[in-house]
Design a binder for this molecule. Structure first.
Ligand code: AMO
Ligand code: AMP
Length: 600
């Protein structure tokens, strides 16, 4: 039977989480979802939930008969509106373990606004149902208190962010999402144009060029909570659609950019969590980060720093080591200090398999306990070589040493960099309450791309080279360092940016090094090179990953925990099942012919 609006005339007075014992006697009107029900014959308890919390409703002797009868029909997730009186619970019903465990609402009236089917999973904290099922019914998943906490934290972080940058004189300015496709960076998501058959927009990977043009236009300080789109392979910390806190400033040095942005972190943590983050942050050059931690986003909550032992093994009989040194490679080690007892042989073998996923050819090890020394490689080395290794790595009884040798230093860095994190995880050495922020600076301008067989920009092509290295652009571009920086938190890249090129000639040179002819550069970035003819302020900026920031603050292990409607590994959304096929009519309007589809 069709009914009208069962809610009309009702006015909510409070949220469910608004109460304390001091409110006893107060008349209230509440709305929400039925969390649970307990029927004890003459007495019925319903737990009522809204986004603020849960309160107990009491239906008993004093309750009107019809209201009581209606209440017995309630099931989990039904939506109701009630009026009643706040009351102290009977002594025996007090639950000291939950919020408002000493009070309840004695119900006068009940309206059943919407019935729920039995949900596919319980709406409770720390649900252990599969994530796929949670994502298919995301609107139910989002009812769970831990998801609501994350989403509310996200709101508060966004709000505090906007406040901070507003105070610092940043203007919020929107930039277009449908922009010109430029083939640098990740793959673009394309949007076909109906009115220009055969032509496409790209969804913005970031507001980079527009924010630079805003500096050129004199807006001086810009910020935007910007949605970005990148057709990349997904990981736990990567979504195809994500949000940046995007910033740009004019007439600034790198120090000023870093200062204002570490000031943001300090302000955020103080206002959100009342945690004092010390500033200035530690600054590591890219080289130091790689040498000490094997990573350009080092986690400094634990030691296990890398040690170069190439000099000790350069002339060794053991060709696995000396051969690598001779070919220009490197041999490095991690000393797991005092961990001999916690690292049995089978654990060590497991770690050898682990580093192979980072292309290491092997993991040599050496372990000393009161029973003596065991090692996979010591027998191949002279006593003097072992002694030198011990000196270089501060190796003592009780330690385990891990060694990787490779002709390609990046393989050594990547595998030992990952190994130190894995060791810390397995040995439970990470303090989850610690927030270690740092900057990595002096990144290389370029990296060699094997797939494209050319240099590509390590950050992006608009990043300025360091003054000290300008001359190398002509001779050894791969040695040029950039005025680029990343902010790192506990081993995750939280944000990155750079000072920008503001000179047309230098910008054109960089495009050349990246392999564009003048014509290609003009075709793709002509508008920028043109703009550079009209008076450009020196400028620089950065972007934080908002999703990553919220993820790290809430302690989630995936971005999916802090994005209301995320995509999964294969870039689809399980609830609406997008992407989806479209009508032939739509395709025809866009002058698009599909040459292959997933179902074929
Ligand atoms: P960059 O590409 O380093 O720089 O991105 C800045 C930050 O955005 C976050 N991020 C992501 N988060 C979730 N999913 C993704 N797929 C993803 N990709 C990046 C990271 C990263 O540090 N325009 C420049 C910034 C600048 O130079 O000002 C840029 O986009 O936290
Ligand atoms: P092998 O001579 O192959 O038995 O190697 C002796 C030890 O050196 C084993 O523990 C191997 O895992 C290790 N090993 C082999 N290649 C490398 C390498 N490139 N780096 C570090 N250890 C290696």
């Amino acid at each position: 039977m069709l009914t009208g609006n069962r809610f009309s005339g009702f006015k909510r007075s409070n949220y469910c989480g608004d109460f304390s014992a001091a409110d006893c006697g107060k008349k209230v009107a509440l709305c929400g979802w039925v969390q649970a029900y307990r029927n004890l014959g003459g007495i019925l308890f319903i737990r009522l939930r809204d986004r603020s919390g849960i309160i107990q409703l009491h239906f008993g002797e004093k309750t009107d008969e019809k209201v009581f009868a209606d209440a017995t029909t309630l099931r989990a997730e039904d939506v109701i509106a009630i009026t009643g009186t706040v009351a102290l619970r009977a002594e025996k019903d007090i639950n000291p373990d939950i919020p408002f465990g000493d009070i309840e609402i004695e119900v006068d009236t009940l309206r059943i606004l919407s019935k729920s089917q039995t949900p596919p999973f319980d709406i409770v904290e720390n649900s252990n149902v599969s994530e796929d099922l949670r994502l298919k019914y995301r609107y139910l998943d989002l009812r769970r208190p831990d998801m609501q906490y994350n989403i509310i934290m996200r709101h508060r972080i966004t709000k505090i962010t906007q406040d901070y940058y507003d105070k610092k004189g940043f203007l919020t300015i929107e930039t277009p999402m449908m922009i010109k496709s430029t083939p640098e960076g990740a793959r673009d998501y394309l949007v076909p144009s109906r009115v220009h058959p055969g032509k496409f927009y790209a969804l913005a990977q970031s507001p980079q060029l527009y924010k630079q043009l805003l500096m050129l236009a004199g807006y001086d300080r810009y910020m935007q909570i910007a949605r970005c789109f990148r057709d990349e392979d997904l990981r736990a910390d990567r979504q195809p659609e994500f949000t940046q806190i995007d910033l740009e400033m004019s007439f600034v040095s790198m120090d000023e950019v870093l200062e204002i942005n570490e000031g943001f972190i300090k302000y955020l943590f103080k206002n959100l969590l009342d945690i004092d983050i010390p500033t200035p942050f530690l600054r590591l050059t890219y080289k130091e980060a790689m040498d000490r931690f094997g990573s350009d986003k080092p986690d400094t909550r634990f030691g296990f720093e890398l040690k170069d032992i190439s000099s000790a093994v350069a002339n060794s009989e053991f060709k696995v080591f000396s051969g690598v040194v001779a070919s220009g490679g490197t041999v490095r080690a991690i000393n797991a200090k005092g961990c001999a007892a916690s690292l049995p042989r089978r654990e060590i073998d497991g770690l050898a398999d682990f580093v192979k996923t980072y292309r290491a050819k092997g993991l040599a090890w050496m372990k000393e306990t009161d029973e003596g020394m065991t090692s996979s490689f010591a027998k191949f080395l002279s006593a003097e070589e072992i002694e030198n290794i011990k000196k270089l790595t501060d190796f003592e009884n009780g330690d385990v040493l891990f060694v990787v040798a490779d002709a390609n230093p990046m393989v050594v860095y990547n595998s030992l960099g990952a190994l130190r994190c894995e060791l810390a995880k397995r040995l439970d050495m990470i303090d989850k309450k610690q927030f270690n922020f740092l900057w990595v600076t002096e990144f290389p301008m370029f990296e060699y791309s094997e797939t494209e067989d050319r240099l590509t920009a390590m950050h992006h092509p608009f990043t300025a080279p360091m003054d000290a290295d300008i001359a190398l652009l002509e001779t050894e571009p791969q040695k040029v360092r950039a005025d680029a920086y990343d902010m790192v938190l506990n081993g995750s890249e939280l944000g990155g940016g750079s000072l920008r090129i503001y000179d047309a000639e230098l910008q054109a040179k960089i495009f050349n090094i990246l392999g564009f002819t003048d014509e290609e550069a003009n075709e793709r970035f002509g508008f920028l090179l043109n703009a550079f003819k009209y008076g450009v302020p020196p400028h620089g900026g950065m972007a934080f990953g908002l999703d990553r920031l919220v993820m790290l603050i809430t302690g989630c292990d995936s971005l999916r925990g802090v994005i209301p409607f995320p995509k999964v590994q294969n870039a689809s959304e399980l609830m609406t099942e997008c992407p989806s096929f479209v009508d032939d009519k739509q395709l025809a309007e866009l002058s698009i012919a599909v040459s292959k589809n997933e179902e074929e």
